[in-house]
Design a protein around this ligand. Structure first.
Ligand code: ADP
Ligand code: MG
Length: 402
């Protein structure tokens, strides 16, 4: 019901206009209006149990695809046996050279859906050049990791062009004439303006997480970038949703595209969602502390709203003896990567993050997402809780309300 209007912000519905979720300012625990109570109901939902009948039968096996044997061997090494639905649907069309729009939820394997056929293409024709545009640095890093995995042993070169990292290294890797360039819009634009990235040479383009790019205000940059690209080219758009602006963009920039839409239950349906009420007389951090002591909270992603708040909360948790770290926009790229790596490898059990820093992250086995501070809107909420309950695993989301 709420999904009909995901953009609607909470603040609009809380009468005090307090974007932090109408925290009771009276200090007397005075009863808040009904609107506030209604807001919180959308954070309470039982996970839907997956049933056998929903098991997916892929039409292809990776072995069936007409791809380079080296690539298939690397796919097998990565432990992939059957393609996911989006891979099953998109890979044959991309291999045929068609433009593709792929719509599927987070965690459904969109990365390999575009990487595999494009790697195959570069194996076949050395002159092929691929530009992958993504909304965040973390996502760019993840895609490069996957690329390295699938192209291992081939000598395929790639360049990562992301903000917050030294441009000199990027200039060096661009000078080596890479087949793949993966970047965020701002840095790509910067490199083009410096005449270090010759975008007109690229005849393959991927826009990944297009809906996030739209939300993050990158649409103008994307139009700028795509307009500079070579024709004819193969263009691929991947997104979890297809807002109107995106379909308009697709109409303009894609050539007779095949649209593959994977209808599946929202990722959030795998997630048990509940609220944690904080009594005004209690200290919020104490409530969190007690919660984190529960044995079932094994790998916890905590969301705060501001960079400063996230930093402070991680420090306070460390002071209290928890193994925690944080990621947010004010941290250097290497600090962010380090925190992510430690969390992924279970060296720390708690990661505190801002919305932007956590966007698109694929961290295995997060048992709980805690919304220590409310998200800006319901769509951000869905993105946050989508970090747990990936694949068919059940996840848990707890939202602090006061
Ligand atoms: P999306 O981009 O749709 O959010 P990702 O491409 O990040 O999803 O994939 C999510 C996870 O699933 C990754 O850990 C990836 O390695 C894994 N994965 C993708 N495709 C397969 C497959 N065919 N078999 C097994 N695991 C897969
Ligand atoms: Mg993705």
């Amino acid at each position: 019901m709420f999904k009909k209007n995901p953009k609607k912000t909470f603040s609009k519905r809380t009468r005090g206009g307090n974007r932090f979720g109408a925290r009771s300012k009276s200090g007397r625990g005075g009863k808040r209006g009904m609107a506030d109570e209604l807001d919180f109901t959308q954070f309470v939902k039982k996970a839907i149990q997956t049933t056998e009948t929903e098991t997916y039968n892929p039409r292809h096996r990776f072995a069936d695809f007409e791809m380079h044997s080296k690539l298939k061997a690397n796919v097998a090494l990565a432990g992939y046996v059957h393609p996911t639905p989006i891979q099953d649907g998109a890979i044959p069309h991309i291999l045929k050279g068609r433009d593709v729009i792929g719509i599927a939820n987070t965690g459904t394997g969109k990365t390999a859906a575009f990487l595999l056929p494009l790697i195959h293409k570069t194996f076949k024709h050395q002159a092929e050049k691929v530009l992958i545009i993504v909304p965040t640095r973390e996502l760019a890093l993840q895609i490069e990791d996957e690329l390295r995995k699938f192209a291992a042993g081939s000598g395929l070169r790639s360049a990562l062009c992301i903000g917050g990292a030294h441009i000199n290294d990027q200039l060096r890797s661009l000078a080596r004439d890479p087949s793949f360039v993966i970047g965020t819009p701002g840095r790509l634009k910067d490199l083009i303006e410096r005449k270090k990235l010759h975008i007109a040479e690229f005849n393959n383009i991927v826009l990944d997480e297009v809906d996030r790019m739209l939300d993050m205000g990158f649409i103008k940059d994307i139009k700028y970038l795509v307009a500079l690209m070579k024709e004819p080219r193969q263009s691929l758009f991947f997104s979890a949703t297809m807002p109107r602006e995106i379909s308009e963009l697709a109409k303009k920039f894609l050539n007779d595209p095949v649209t593959i839409t994977i209808k599946s239950r929202a990722t959030s349906e795998n997630v048990d969602q509940d609220i944690v009420r904080v009594d005004p007389r209690e200290e919020k951090i104490e409530v969190l502390h007690n919660l984190l002591l529960k044995p079932e909270l094994q790998k916890v992603l905590i969301f705060g709203r501001t960079k400063h708040g996230v930093d402070k909360l991680a420090h306070r948790l460390v002071e209290r003896g928890f193994s925690a770290d944080s990621i947010h926009g004010d941290k250097s790229q290497s600090q962010r990567q380090r925190a992510l790596r430690r969390f992924s490898k279970d060296e720390i059990t708690i990661l505190v993050a801002t919305d932007v820093a956590a966007r698109g992250l694929d961290i295995p086995d997060v048992t709980h997402v805690i919304n220590y501070e409310l998200p800006e809107n319901y769509e951000d909420y869905i993105h946050r809780i989508g970090r747990t309950g990936r694949g068919n695993k059940k996840g848990n989301a707890l939202t602090f309300v006061d």
